[in-house]
Design a protein around this ligand. Structure first.
Ligand SMILES: CC(C)(COP(=O)(O)OP(=O)(O)OC[C@H]1O[C@@H](n2cnc3c(N)ncnc32)[C@H](O)[C@@H]1OP(=O)(O)O)[C@@H](O)C(=O)NCCC(=O)NCCS
Length: 300
């Protein structure tokens, strides 16, 4: 008698091994982020590999089924990002496993990350504490017809490499820790506008290719009006194409400007931290200047 094959087949346990994110083909990393609907291009992964370190989870034939990266800044702080597990592997403990491997590499460092809704439970179970909401604003850019009510004092000029040290100092004031290597690298990939008081840089906004178009960030400024004045020329440069800004601001002139510039809130993520919080960054902190836009959700 011929046995009819079953309509279903249960495939369970398979083992994974850990690998270095630097050692796998870019296309495989790209396929992983595509599998969870993230917009990163292969070039965006390459940029992250150049500024950070990370692990991948590999199956028996070398397919990348998970990732987790970290980005150390200074001696006692790191951000974590690109925590992904392939849909077929989710809820089986793979992300926990990858996160513990990362923890082993950065003992004693305070950590910050931006958690998607899908990942909040994971990070809460690892003792991360919620800090602030991030608003992911994006869309087809258009220059708003309304002008800012507040005057900006100073000149807006394009940035060049000579402005890097001043930008590093401004970024550190807004972010809470100096990110020298990252800001240098971002300058190499970005166009930038700065607000100058004479020769002194008082605020800046970078913009670079990312995902579906371009991302504006970091933006560091002392006031909403200054931040708007610096993002506006980037909007003009990319008018009619896809532009994105990740910001903690959900009201005030800056948030209103983004919406008028064709970038309404698309989604939110939650900044969470583990260990000592950076005072400049904590909600209600009075540090000036402020970070108006992140470099990216992954980088903070
Ligand atoms: C978020 C993500 C990385 C979690 O990966 P994972 O491999 O499923 O996580 P784990 O299996 O290690 O689960 C860790 C914890 O979250 C819980 N969990 C995971 N997915 C869950 C779900 N869909 N519903 C309820 N709980 C869930 C697990 O039960 C576990 O909880 P516990 O520690 O209390 O036991 C994965 O879903 C993913 O890649 N999502 C898309 C990309 C993304 O959003 N990444 C996060 C970037 S910040």
């Amino acid at each position: 008698m011929k046995v009819k094959p079953s309509e279903s087949l249960k495939i369970d346990a398979f083992s994974m091994r850990i690998g270095d994110v630097q050692d796998v083909e870019l296309d495989r990393l790209h396929a992983l982020s595509l599998s969870v609907g993230w917009p990163h291009r292969a070039e965006d992964w390459q940029f992250l590999r150049e500024v950070g370190q990370g692990f991948v989870a590999l199956d028996e034939i070398g397919r990348v089924l998970g990732s987790a990266m970290w980005f150390p800044h200074g001696a006692s702080f790191a951000t974590i990002g690109m925590v992904i597990t392939s849909p077929r592997l989710q809820t089986l403990g793979a992300a926990q496993w990858l996160m513990h491997r990362v923890f082993d590499k950065i003992p004693g460092r305070s950590q910050r990350l931006n958690a998607t809704r899908a990942a909040r439970r994971l990070y809460l179970s690892l003792d991360f504490q919620p800090e602030k909401t991030i608003y992911q604003c994006q869309g087809i850019a258009r220059v708003p017809t309304t002008r800012s009510l507040a005057e900006v004092s100073g000149d807006i000029r394009t940035l060049d490499a000579s402005n890097i040290p001043a930008a590093i100092a401004l970024d550190a004031a807004g972010f809470g820790v100096e990110r020298t290597a990252l800001i240098e690298k971002l300058f190499a990939h970005s166009s930038g506008y700065g607000l100058f008081d004479g020769k002194k840089l008082t605020a800046f906004a970078l913009c670079r290719p990312f995902g579906r178009g371009h991302v504006v960030g970091p933006v560091v400024a002392e006031s909403d009006a200054d931040a708007v004045a610096l993002v506006r020329p980037h909007v003009a440069d990319h008018s009619g194409s896809f532009l994105r800004v990740d910001t903690h601001m959900n009201n005030g002139e800056f948030a209103a400007f983004l919406s008028h510039a064709g970038m309404p809130v698309f989604d939110t993520v939650l900044t969470m931290s583990l260990g000592k919080r950076l005072p400049e960054f904590s909600a209600g902190g009075s540090a000036r200047p402020k970070t108006y836009a992140l470099a990216s959700q992954t980088l903070g």
